[in-house]
Design a protein around this ligand. Structure first.
Ligand code: SD4
Length: 328
């Protein structure tokens, strides 16, 4: 059953280049599309320095596309990047050598879809969207998710690259499960966008913690934990050790804090502090949150220095160093 259609007329737009403070290049959108009905400038924001992903999302927004298409197409860039060992195809496997992917997506109307621990499908975010749009369910897991993907026309793909296989063989020599802080300076991609109608959507996709137990699922595909959007308020998404984000229902918490009047920055800081409060004796793990509100204001905060987040607005394409709870 189809729940809703997400169609927008696209228009052809001219583009120019402006400079911006950090690692920035930005295609400016013309005045006719630069401002939403509510006077808000469109924006794409994502965890880590996934500039190709935000550039793709911005391209969608610039053409008048909606926020849902922007986040969907944006995060797919990383799912398809074989050199990225933390998202999609090429992601690190679990301890048995199987790559199992998690993803979720949420739209402006609160519709959402997710796939958990799905194998052999290169674009879990697209399957998550199909779950949202084509089924009466929110989540499909494991074999059921994979079967559904085949029924929807997705192809079986080997997700374990030679490089990931070698890294896994190396890991087996010690078999120590010790999540790395700021692994390769990227990780799960969580993305939020506001379109020219002022509507918000979000997407989150990951291969999860490298060498996790078989069947382990983190926060990333869990609506409310790894991602939450309320179009009246804003959106939030997370990266890092998912177990800790699940415990505090982190992304939902941040959106609720914004509903109560906190800025996205203040809400992200409070979200991290709630996690710290539950881990007084243990802080050797990373969590990063980003958030956006209806006004287009953004925020980001993490436990350990090193987390960054990308923003793409009319003002520029910027990799923002996140402030952190611990300073070194
Ligand atoms: C998870 N949050 O599976 C994801 C992965 C991640 O640092 O971001 N790892 O817990």
């Amino acid at each position: 059953m189809k729940r809703r259609k997400f169609l927008r007329n696209s228009s052809t737009l001219a583009a120019g280049i402006v400079s911006a403070p950090i690692l920035a290049s930005c295609q400016e959108i013309p005045a006719t599309k630069a401002t939403t009905k509510a006077g808000i400038i469109p924006i794409a924001i994502c965890t880590w320095d996934f500039g190709n992903a935000t550039a793709k999302a911005w391209e969608v927004l610039q053409k008048g596309g909606n926020a849902l298409d922007a986040v969907h197409q944006g995060v797919m860039v990383e799912e398809n990047d074989l050199s990225n060992s933390t998202v999609g195809n090429g992601g690190r496997p679990d301890r048995d050598g199987n790559v199992t992917l998690d993803a979720c997506i949420m739209d402006k109307d609160g519709n959402c879809g997710a796939v958990l621990a799905m194998q052999n499908i290169a674009n879990p975010i697209s399957v998550a969207r199909k779950v949202m749009e084509e089924t009466p369910h929110v989540m499909l897991a494991g074999k059921g998710a994979e079967q559904f993907a085949y029924e929807q026309g997705f192809e079986k793909t080997e997700l374990l690259t030679e490089e990931s296989k070698q890294a896994w063989e190396e890991w087996k020599k010690t078999s120590q499960y010790k999540p790395i802080i700021n692994i390769e300076n990227h990780d799960t991609i969580g993305m939020l966008a506001i379109d020219t109608d002022g509507d918000i959507a979000g997407a989150c996709t990951t291969s999860g913690m490298a060498y996790k137990m078989a069947g382990r699922v983190g926060d990333s595909p869990i609506i409310g934990a790894g991602l939450f959007v309320d179009n009246e308020v804003g959106g939030a998404t997370a990266t890092g050790v998912g177990e800790e984000v699940v415990r505090t229902v982190g992304s939902f918490l941040i959106v609720e804090l914004m509903r109560q009047g906190k800025s996205p920055q203040e809400a992200c800081e409070e979200g991290v502090k709630r996690i710290i409060a539950k881990n007084k004796d243990k802080q050797d793990f990373q969590i990063g949150f980003i958030a956006i509100n209806k006004k287009g204001e953004t925020g980001g905060y993490c436990i350990h220095p090193g987390f960054t987040y990308r923003t793409y607005t009319k003002e520029g394409h910027i990799n923002n160093p996140s402030d952190s709870y611990l300073k070194s």
